[in-house]
Each structure stands twice: as structure tokens, then as C-alpha cells.
Design a binder for this molecule. Structure first.
Ligand SMILES: C[S@@+](CC[C@H](N)C(=O)[O-])C[C@H]1O[C@@H](n2cnc3c(N)ncnc32)[C@H](O)[C@@H]1O
Length: 201
């Protein structure tokens, strides 16, 4: 089961499922960020990445279909004293704005292929020319590992999927391999991931 109700139940049970610190690969992109940039933290869950981006001075929209997650994110942002616009919406049917964001952070959002295609079309539309997509997701080699990720193999990412979903984008980084995760109780240990930084032409 993976729908907004399932994620609500998970977030109600665990206050910081993926930790409170931002994703490490996202933080490694800090040199590409400038205060005032408009960012979308897609599938931002409990808000750890959106809040970190807001702390860097970006103007951040955090989107997730879990209202429990987004309420937690809003509460944490207020506590941290940063502005965070939260949107409760399904990424497959959201009215994606056109050329609105300098950055989209897609961190561990795993969707069925048809839904993934819809959300990727949204990202292509919503990035400004020159805007960046930063993505980290589990790859097929993660199957069977206990360090996190979805059970359905179709939800996993490959370099080829990244290339197919974002044709014409400049590839600034695109890696498929092992990393060591330390992100709350749900992402712990050696993990097989895809990491990408792409620029919209
Ligand atoms: C593994 S969690 C990662 C959360 C966050 N990105 C992080 O790294 O802490 C995946 C998130 O994607 C959200 N999600 C999954 N499908 C979605 C959809 N169709 N629309 C919006 N959010 C979705 C879930 O609610 C969940 O918060």
C-alpha cells in the first residue's frame, strides 16, 4: 500500500522517519544555490530538505500528498524561523506552474512508472530555463537490502530512466552506485542509489 493515507499513518507513527538533517547529496550541491532562488522540494515528507533549502535563503515550496507530513514540516519550519510554503497535493495531478523554479529537489520519491512520467513532465514544465533538478533515489541493485526503499522493483530508478525522462537536459552529475545512508531510522546503511544533477536547457 502506498498512498497518502499510508504515508500519513507512517508519519503519525514516526516523527522523523528520514531524520531531521537534509539529504547529503542535496547539501553537496550548496555551491549551486543562491539566496532568493525559488525551489520546489518535491515529496518533501516531513520537510527536512525544504527546511534546509529555506535556511540557505531560498524561497521554498514543499509539496507532498501527506497532510500529516506537511503539517510537521510547517511546524518545524516555524520553529526554525524560516519561511516554508507547504502544498498538500498529488504530484501526478498538481497544477504544475510553468517556469517557476530555479531548483527542484527530488529526494527519494518513488512512483509507479506512469505516475513518475506525469511528475517528471511537471518538473520539466516547472523548471525555469537554466533551472536545476537534484535527484537521489534507490536503484534496482537496492532490491533485497534493508537500508530503505520501496518493495516494488518498478518504482526504482536507473540512470537510463533519468536520461529518458529529461531529454535535452545538461547532465552535471549522474551516478548509479553504492552510498552509505544515515538518514533517520528508515535509511540506514549501505544503499544502492541513483544521483543526478541536471540543468534545464
Ligand atoms: C521516502 S519519502 C521521502 C520524503 C522526503 N523526500 C525525504 O527525503 O525526507 C517519499 C515521499 O513521497 C511522497 N509521495 C509519494 N507519492 C507522492 C505523490 N504522488 N504525490 C506527492 N507526494 C508523494 C510521500 O508522501 C513521502 O513523503
Amino acid at each position: 500500500m502506498s498512498d497518502s493515507a499510508a504515508w500519513n499513518a507512517r508519519y503519525a507513527a514516526g516523527p522523523a522517519m528520514f531524520g531531521t538533517a537534509p539529504n547529503e547529496f542535496l547539501t553537496e550541491q550548496a555551491h549551486r544555490l543562491r539566496p532568493g532562488m525559488a525551489a520546489l522540494a518535491l515529496g518533501d515528507g516531513q520537510g527536512r530538505n525544504g527546511i534546509w533549502l529555506a535556511r540557505q535563503g531560498l524561497s521554498v515550496t514543499a509539496l507532498d500528498w501527506s497532510d500529516v507530513g506537511m503539517a510537521h514540516a510547517a511546524e518545524q519550519a516555524a520553529r526554525a524561523g524560516v519561511a516554508l510554503r507547504t502544498v498538500v497535493a498529488d504530484a501526478t495531478s498538481w497544477d504544475w506552474p510553468e517556469a517557476a523554479f530555479d531548483l527542484v529537489a527530488w529526494i527519494y520519491v518513488h512512483l509507479p512508472p506512469e505516475d513518475r512520467a506525469l511528475a517528471c513532465a511537471g518538473v520539466r514544465r516547472a523548471l525555469k530555463p537554466g533551472g536545476l533538478l537534484v535527484l537521489e533515489c534507490f536503484s534496482p541493485a537496492q532490491e533485497g537490502r534493508r537500508s530503505g526503499g520501496p518493495r516494488e522493483p518498478a518504482l526504482l530508478w536507473t540512470r537510463a530512466i533519468v536520461e529518458a525522462e529529461f531529454p535535452g537536459f545538461e547532465v552535471l552529475a549522474l551516478l548509479e552506485g553504492a552510498v552509505r545512508l544515515d538518514e533517520g531510522p528508515k535509511h540506514q546503511g549501505l544503499a544502492e542509489v541513483v544521483r543526478a544533477v541536471l540543468r534545464r536547457p
